[in-house]
Write a new protein. Sequence first.
Length: 271
Amino acid sequence: MNTQTIQKPKAMYPELKDKVAVVTGAGSGIGRATALALAAQGVKVGLLDLKDSRTEQVKSEIEALNAEALTADVDVSDPDRVREAIESVAKKWGKVDIVFANAGINGVLAPIETMNPDEWDHTLTTNLKGTFLTVKYAIPYMKEQGGSIIVTSSINGNRVFSNFGMSAYSTSKAGQMAFAKMAALELARYKIRVNVICPGSIQTHISESTHPTPDLQKIKIPVKYPEGNQPLEHAPGQPEQVGDLVTFLASNASSHITGTELFIDGAESLI
């Protein structure tokens, strides 16, 4: 087991101890880093992802922190699998306090003219419908005590529109923003906060779900940046930096923040 990346949290939020979280896309990247960050605070974590060895590895890493976790084999576009997974988390620990709706794909990158409608549907169904299903099925377990929902959107579709071929992805990310704001207002009566994070370039495995087509060369317009395109650190962000932000949004330190988007991109989207 690789324990080198398991670190003590940078900030301590004692109120998070024994809270229960659902994290989608938990097997790698931002999901993994956030699951570990929450577990380091004493949160019990339901790890929802397509079944593979990576999710089990995250579970082992959490247990090495003397925290609790369970795994569930979930395709977030499948209502039954999402509902059953969240039910299993609530059944094991009696509630859900934190939801990190993070699972997503880049999908097929193609010109609008040549994009297959099924490819469009796959990206929208995974990213946008998956967020809806995760939030929908968690609400009944959060209404009594309140909690925090955090949605992973992106700078794409909200500040950046120059990544050619990403019309489906950017549309799904813009849709997540609107959905989260609607949810924040609707769920405020239950003391459930809903916020959105918009990462820029983060060092993750999302390239595995990215499928550019040769037709992209026909529509690309050259985009020239000043020296470097991540002005703050001159490099992609790290998943652990995003995990720190999500942990803050799950904690009482953000108790008056809801319906808000937070960009975490080292000023990348301001160029």
